[in-house]
Design a protein around this ligand. Structure first.
Ligand code: ASP
Length: 325
């Protein structure tokens, strides 16, 4: 009896030592960051920039895996179920909070299924259209889409995506329902906008700035309170009479709930280093965004953001009466 007890204690101690060793050695394997949208889109762009820098700090390869679909909830659901060992992470955006209301039956609880690592960035949105879309400015756009509501098409990345949220705000402001064309991310939506297969969309500056500057697409408004330095001639939604059209797309890095604290802290430190990396900062600036301040790249700041944003968007979404299921 006593012998069995000793054996059990020894095994527990051994397992504890192995777990501590795994945390000390972390990361000893390739890390995967799941992006819940297609490659080439704005969340993907932010993730690849940050992952490259974090990989240098951690001395380990980081792969980016695109798992698009269902407005970001497919990829998030995949990471919620992954091993909590620090080797599968998720870089998601504001959809982490809005999907909590948009989906009445999500296979994970955004408040508890993840161990937050830190906030990454907040990106403004732009309302853009194919290059030959007739309206010249925002007021013409609003009149045009109202008049042609049966033929105009609005691209988004599925219900729960930021482009869906922005479109929902726009449509409810002008009290008009448009035909939406859902993609697995706004990377492919931009390809179709450039090809003229879809009329307009609302997307992050990280995906639209270069196309706007190259004159390939039209821009009507930015969703910030003030005009952006990189697009000084583009009015805000507010200037165009749409005072509710204010939305910033914040991004956060997560691990599955239960990931050891020592690993989360290592990742959070590497994230902070990435956000202070001149290469990342420079590219972010070119794309109309900036890293969050260092004190926001923390588990506590991201947890607080998820909770406050779920509370902030729930009544707005309920009032608009849009649900995915
Ligand atoms: N910008 C997309 C959205 O609408 C997502 C993406 O492709 O990054 O949420």
């Amino acid at each position: 009896m006593l012998r069995r007890l000793f054996a059990a204690l020894a095994l527990t101690a051994l397992l504890g030592t192995a777990a501590a060793q795994a945390q000390d050695d972390y990361p000893s394997n390739v890390i995967t960051i799941v992006v819940p949208f297609s490659a080439g889109g704005p969340t993907d762009t932010v993730t690849r920039l940050v992952a490259e820098s974090m990989s240098r700090t951690l001395g380990q390869q980081i792969n980016v895996e695109n798992v698009g679909g269902a407005g970001g909830t497919l990829g998030a659901g995949q990471v919620a179920k992954a091993n909590a060992d620090g080797y599968t992470l998720l870089l998601h955006h504001i959809g982490m909070a809005t999907s909590a209301t948009l989906y009445r039956s999500l296979p994970y609880d955004p408040r508890t299924a993840f161990a937050p690592i830190g906030l990454v960035t907040e990106v403004p949105m732009t309302i853009v259209a194919r290059g030959d879309f007739p309206p010249k400015d925002m007021s013409e756009l609003l009149a045009y889409v109202k008049e042609n509501k049966d033929t105009v098409t609005y691209a988004n990345a599925g219900i729960g995506a930021a482009s869906h949220l922005c479109g929902m705000l726009l449509m409810s402001a002008i009290d008009t329902q448009l035909t939406t064309v859902p993609y697995k991310g706004t990377g492919p939506a931009m390809t179709d906008l450039l090809g003229g297969q879809v009329d307009f969309m609302c997307d992050q500056t990280t995906n639209t700035t270069e196309q706007i500057k190259a004159g390939k697409i039209k821009v009507y408004a930015v969703t910030t309170e003030k005009r952006l330095d990189i697009l000084p001639d583009t009015p805000t939604g507010m200037e165009s009479g749409l005072d509710k059209l204010q939305v910033g797309v914040w991004h956060g890095l997560y691990a599955p709930a239960g990931t050891p604290e020592a690993i989360i802290n290592k990742l959070s430190e590497a994230l902070k280093t990435a956000l202070a990396d001149p290469t990342v900062m420079e590219r972010f600036a070119e794309l109309g965004t900036a890293p969050v301040p260092a004190d926001q790249a923390t588990p506590a700041a991201l947890q607080a953001k998820v909770t406050s944003e779920i509370d902030r968007w729930a009544p707005i979404i309920k009032e608009a009466g849009v649900f995915a299921d």
